[in-house]
Design a protein around this ligand. Sequence first.
Ligand code: AMP
Length: 184
Amino acid sequence: MNLILFGPPGVGKGTQAMRLAATHDLLHISTGDMLRSAIAEGTPLGMTAKGFVESGGLVPDDIIIGLVREVLESTESKGFLLDGFPRTLEQARALDDLFRELAIHEVRIVMLTAPEQELIDRMVKRGLEQGRKDDTAETIRHRLEVYNAQTEPVKTFYEKSRGVKLVDGLGTVDDVTARIEKVL
Ligand code: AMP
């Protein structure tokens, strides 16, 4: 199984992705985690990405597409789960090209949803608990704007091509996992 877990910031993609990857033995590809590690290690990628990530903007498409391409080209895993990618139409189109090149046909898209105020509350809480630099009030607002302007169109793109399974992201972590499992 190959899965794209899609949805706004704060909806719980990372938490659900970890669970699904473990249950279904999938390679969990989180572009956000990859960038945070690169920033923490001070690699050239991290130095380029730092300003974009910490201000809540998007890292340029060519950099992120290159990163995902490297992982997908080299994985031996039978299935993967993309978390936080694609986030722009350009990324979605490049990913389709990559799937064609690598003869990857079966990809399911699950979109988690929650009202905007819930997303804000969750990110503020995460900022307090985990100290993520982009979980501050102003940056959260900017990330939601970026999501609405640049990432939301990816939903329409997939609705027209592969289809999108919508899953309510409200409730306990277990509730949401159960709902995802049901649509898979
Ligand atoms: P996330 O952990 O998925 O919320 O990602 C955290 C931050 O990493 C985002 O706000 C972006 O700055 C950057 N990022 C993660 N994935 C992408 C992507 N696919 N395209 C551009 N920037 C990304």
